[in-house]
Write a protein that binds this ligand. Structure first.
Ligand code: RTP
Ligand code: MG
Length: 140
């Protein structure tokens, strides 16, 4: 089934100049870029986006990190692209992420309180609709 997913190039990815590399891998896989916007977001958007993680030990450092600089928000589209992008991204922990994945090839642990792992991708159709409505309300 054709679906959409919300991808974020996180501030570490943007800072390191890896936005093009991430987009290249998405397009190489055959997914379409439906919407794309670079912006710096505050706590309000991030509290909505990361509502499921509120109260966890990494929540505060995560919000700090995600608001530390611009992110590039992207809506991608394609058959099973939610699962497909998660596979492209690799495991949450960039040290454990397999080579061949975005996090495995380009990410590493920096000894910080939160995993700075370059990208976000929606993890289910429900998350994708919820997240697209937060970042791109006109597409919801
Ligand atoms: P994402 O939501 O960013 O696509 O990543 P994910 O599903 O692989 O990971 P999730 O469990 O949803 O966690 C969201 C983000 O929080 C940071 N995190 N740091 N213990 C840690 O240091 C830790 N745990 C989670 C990561 O940035 C993760 O992507
Ligand atoms: Mg997640």
């Amino acid at each position: 089934m054709t679906e959409r997913s919300l991808v974020l190039v996180k501030p570490d990815g943007v800072r390191r100049g890896l936005t093009g590399e991430v987009l290249h891998r998405i397009e190489g896989k055959g997914y379409e870029l439906v919407a794309l916007d670079r912006r710096t977001v505050g706590r309000d958007i991030l509290a909505e986006h990361y509502a499921e993680h509120e109260g966890k030990p990494f929540y505060e450092p995560l919000v700090e990190f995600m608001s530390s600089g611009p992110v590039v928000a992207v809506v991608i589209e394609g058959e099973r692209c939610i699962e497909g992008f998660r596979a492209l991204a690799g495991a949450t922990d960039p040290t454990a992420a397999l080579p061949g994945t975005i996090r495995g090839d380009l990410g590493r642990d920096w000894g910080l309180k939160v995993q700075q792992n370059l990208v976000h991708g929606s993890d289910s159709p429900e998350s994708a609709s919820r997240e697209i409505a937060i970042w791109f309300p006109h597409l919801a």
